[in-house]
Design a protein around this ligand. Structure first.
Ligand code: GLN
Length: 277
């Protein structure tokens, strides 16, 4: 008995020391934000106290997110900036590999994922999705002289995809429910590397989202074409940590305002118009 209570006292003392340590380190870095952080009880309170909101993305997906010099820009960044503006805080962008986005979100390192991310049942097990903001599909890019003219021509072919994307899931066809059976799936962290291998003849086709596919083809229009037939029907949404209702409501309010004011359409049109510019 006595031994047990002594142990409890040690545990309590350690816990107090740890929490005091945490307080004092917050206090030394930023006294004012440290003080308000202590009072912050909700996600939004914390974001306001910190003065910034963090979005995770993979900036290899023009026109939704891509690097312009060392700045990350694109449709998703513009939506995220509106969310930051609504809260009166700065926007921070974490640029990481696509297949690590959900893990990073759930570890608490960011507040939301805006990455041309399609809503899927699998992902819904791990995150909550906002209202959707873009209709997408998986497109096929081939070289101009390719014998691949239709989706069914992908049967038995070597196809490049972006790792962890819906294009990867479709081509991998784990449950065998898609009609198309490719011979092998080459997975890349960046779509641009898949496109480079396609042009080098290392793979037969690239399967990637339609709007980014248009961008890749536009940049290599002497060598590449995008086929007209799409493989899937998808919708993009912003992902938040499961149960983060406040964050979700804030994002949905911003999306709804941007839709009804026509601003979202205007932004999308701007990036379409930039094609070929
Ligand atoms: N829309 C695709 C997906 O959600 C690809 C997104 C991306 O590559 N950024 O998997």
């Amino acid at each position: 008995m006595k031994k047990g209570s002594k142990l409890a006292a040690i545990v309590l003392a350690v816990a107090m020391a740890v929490s005091m340590g945490a307080c004092s380190s917050a206090g030394t870095t930023a006294a004012s934000s440290g003080a308000s952080s202590a009072a912050a009880s909700t996600t939004i309170d914390k974001i306001k106290a910190d003065g910034y909101i963090t979005m995770s993305t993979n900036a290899e997906f023009e026109p939704f997110e891509y690097k312009d010099g060392d700045k990350v820009t694109g449709i998703d960044v513009e939506i995220a900036q509106k969310v930051a503006d609504k809260l009166g805080v700065q926007l921070k962008v974490n640029d990481i590999a696509f297949d690590t986005l959900i893990t990073e979100l759930n570890s608490g390192k960011s507040n939301f994922v805006a990455a041309g991310m399609s809503v899927t049942e699998d992902r819904q097990k791990n995150v909550d999705f906002s209202d959707t903001y873009f209709d997408a599909s998986q497109a096929i890019i081939v070289t101009k002289d390719s014998p691949i003219k239709l989706p069914s021509d992908l049967n038995g072919k070597k196809v490049g995809v972006q790792q962890g994307t819906t294009g990867d899931t479709y081509c991998t066809n784990e449950d065998g429910k898609n009609d198309i059976k490719v011979s092998s799936v080459e997975r890349y962290n960046k779509g641009v590397d898949a496109v480079a291998d396609l042009m080098n003849g290392k793979i037969d086709a690239v399967v990637i989202d339609s709007f980014p596919a248009t961008k890749f083809v536009e940049k290599n229009s002497d060598k590449l074409v995008k086929l007209n037939d799409a493989l899937t029907v998808e919708k993009y949404a912003i992902a938040v940590k499961k149960g983060d209702k406040e964050m979700l409501d804030t994002i949905n309010n911003v999306l709804s305002d941007m839709k009804s004011s026509g601003e979202l359409d205007k932004i999308i049109e701007k990036y379409k118009a930039a094609l070929g510019a």
